[in-house]
Write a protein that binds this ligand. Structure first.
Ligand code: NAD
Ligand code: USQ
Length: 398
C-alpha cells in the first residue's frame, strides 16, 4: 500500500515509517520539524542522539534498499497538505503530526492556543484534502486514551450504548480530557466523525495509551536510524522518565499519591497496531475507534516495577502533583478490537524494563539533571517557564 506518515520525524512516526517500509509498503514521510523546535525552545534534547531527516532517509536506503519520499511542510498550510496528497496519492494516511505534550499545552495562553490551532487546523486541512481528492483514502489518526479522562464507569471503545427515558442509542463515549492538549484530540475526533458522516470518509481513531521503549527491529540497524527519547519534565512520559531517573540516581518523581492509572503499551505494539489498522480499513462513512493499549498500571506500580528491575538503590519520592487530575480512581478500559485483529502484545516484564534501562545507560552522560523537574503547573495560567521568556515561541500562537 501507499502510506503517508504525517509526523514521520517524531518519536513514533519515524519507527512507524521504517516498519511499514520494511514490510514492503511505499512510504512517504511528512514533517515540519516543529518537535525539534520545541527542544530548542525548552532548552532540552532527546536522550538518544538523532540525526536530521535527510540523513535518516539516506541511511535507511543504504541499510534496507527501500526509499522513503519526504515532504517538508506544515499541516496548517492547506496548500501544502493538498499538494502533498496529490503528489503522493496515498491509500492510507497515518496522522501522528500534532503537538503531543500535555504540560507544553498548559504552559500559558500562547502554548494552549498554539497546541489547539496546530492540531485542530492541521487535521481539518487533512480532512478537506481527503474529501476533495479521494474519499477512499483511509485516515488512521492518533488519538489518545486521555480523551476519556477517568470516569467512574468502564471505558468503552469509542461508543457507549445509553438508554435514556426508555429509548436506546449508541453514542460517542463522553469525554473528560485533562489538558488543553488532550482536548485538542477530542476536537479532532469530533471533526473526523463529522467528516465521515457528511462526506463518507473512512477513518480509524487510535486512542493510544502512554508509549514506552525506544528501540525497534529497524531502528537498531544503525545509530542514524534511532528515534528520539524524551525524559524532560515537559515531553518525557512517565515510564521513560522513571527509567532515566533510576539510571542517574534521581528519585523517581511520582506525582501526588501515584494512584493515577493509565493504559500503557510498548513502542513495538504501536507499530503493529498502526499496521493492523492500515491493513484492515474502516468502511466508507465509518468512524471507527480502537483503544490502543495493552495493559494498565498506576504510576506507583510503574515506579515499583522500575525500582525492582534496577540493579541498585532507587528512591521513589512523592512530589506535589503539578497537574489537576484524580490521584485515586476507578479504571477499567476496554481494548479488544486490536486484539481481535491479531495484535500480539509485548507486555511490560522485568526483562523489558531491564532492556530499557540498558539502552538508557548507554547515553547517561547526555542526561541534563535540570531538565527532570516538572515545571508546568496546571493551576497557574502562566508557568515560570513561560515568564522566563523563550526566543523560539510557537509562531502560530496569535
Ligand atoms: P512527536 O512530537 O515526537 O512527533 C510528532 C511529529 O509531528 C513531530 O516530528 C513534529 O515535528 C510533527 N508535527 C507537529 N505538528 C506538525 C505540523 N503542523 N505539520 C507537520 N508536522 C508536524 O510525538 P510522538 O510521541 O511521536 O506522538 C505522535 C502522535 O501519537 C501524537 O499525535 C501523539 O498525540 C500521539 N500519542 C503519543 C503517545 C506517546 O506516548 N508518545 C501516546 C498516545 C498518543
Ligand atoms: N506522572 C508522574 N510523574 C512523572 C510524569 C508523569 O507521576 O514524572 C504522571 C502524570 O501526573 C500522569 C501520568 O503520570 O498522571 C501520565 O503522564 P505522562 O506525562 O506520562 O502522560 P500524558 O501527559 O498523559 O501524555 C502522554 C503523551 C501524550 C499521550 C498520552 C496518552 O505525552 O501524547 O496522548 O500520554 S494518555 O495518557 O493515555 O492520554
Amino acid at each position: 500500500m501507499r502510506v503517508l506518515v504525517l509526523g514521520g520525524d517524531g518519536y513514533l512516526g519515524w519507527p512507524t515509517a521504517l516498519y511499514l517500509s520494511s514490510r514492503g509498503h511505499d512510504v512517504g514521510v511528512v514533517d515540519n520539524f516543529a518537535r525539534r523546535g520545541y527542544d530548542l525552545e525548552m532548552g532540552v534534547d532527546s536522550l538518544v542522539p538523532i540525526v536530521n531527516l535527510q540523513q535518516r532517509v539516506r541511511r535507511w536506503k543504504e541499510v534496507s534498499g527501500h526509499s522513503l519520499d519526504t515532504f517538508i511542510g506544515d499541516l496548517t498550510d492547506a496548500t501544502f497538505v493538498s499538494g502533498t496528497l496529490a503528489t503522493f496519492a496515498p491509500d492510507a494516511i497515518v496522522h501522528f503530526a500534532e503537538q503531543r505534550s500535555a504540560p507544553y499545552s498548559m504552559i500559558d495562553r500562547q502554548h494552549a492556543v498554539y497546541t489547539q490551532a496546530n492540531n485542530v487546523i492541521g487535521n481539518l486541512n487533512l480532512l478537506y484534502a481527503i474529501a476533495e481528492q479521494n474519499r477512499d483514502i483511509h485516515l488512521v489518526k492518533l488519538g489518545t486514551m486521555g480523551e476519556y479522562g477517568t470516569p467512574n464507569i468502564d471505558i468503552e471503545e469509542g461508543y457507549i450504548e445509553i438508554t435514556h427515558k426508555g429509548r436506546t442509542d449508541l453514542l460517542p463515549y463522553p469525554k473528560q480530557p485533562g489538558s488543553f492538549y488532550h482536548l485538542s484530540k477530542v476536537h479532532d475526533s469530533h471533526n473526523i466523525h463529522f467528516a465521515c458522516r457528511i462526506w463518507g470518509l473512512r477513518a480509524t481513531d487510535l486512542n493510544q495509551g502512554i508509549v514506552y521503549g525506544q528501540q525497534t527491529e529497524e531502528t537498531v540497524l544503525h545509530p542514524d536510524l534511532a528515534t528520539r527519547f524524551d525524559y524532560d519534565g515537559v515531553f518525557g512520559t512517565v515510564l521513560n522518565r522513571f527509567c532515566v531517573q533510576a539510571v542517574v540516581g534521581h528519585p523517581l518523581t511520582v506525582y501526588g499519591t501515584g494512584g493515577q492509572t493509565r493504559g500503557m503499551l510498548n513502542i513495538l505494539d504501536t507499530l503493529a497496531c498502526v499496521e493492523l489498522a492500515v491493513l484492515n480499513p474502516a468502511d466508507p462513512g465509518e468512524f471507527r475507534v480502537f483503544n490502543q493499549f495493552t495493559e494498565s498500571f498506576s504510576v506507583s506500580q510503574m515506579a515499583t516495577m522500575v525500582a525492582d528491575a534496577f540493579d541498585g538503590e532507587v528512591e521513589v519520592s512523592s512530589v506535589p502533583d503539578p497537574r489537576v487530575e484524580k490521584e485515586e480512581h476507578y479504571y477499567n478500559a476496554a481494548h479488544t478490537k486490536l486484539l481481535d485483529l491479531g495484535l500480539e502484545p509485548h507486555l511490560l516484564t522485568r526483562e523489558v524494563i531491564r532492556g530499557l534501562l540498558d539502552s538508557v545507560r548507554d547515553h547517561r552522560d547526555r542526561v541534563d539533571l535540570d531538565a527532570i523537574r516538572p515545571t508546568v503547573k496546571w493551576r497557574e495560567t502562566a508557568s515560570t517557564l513561560a515568564t522566563s521568556g523563550s526566543a523560539l515561541s510557537p509562531t502560530t500562537a496569535g
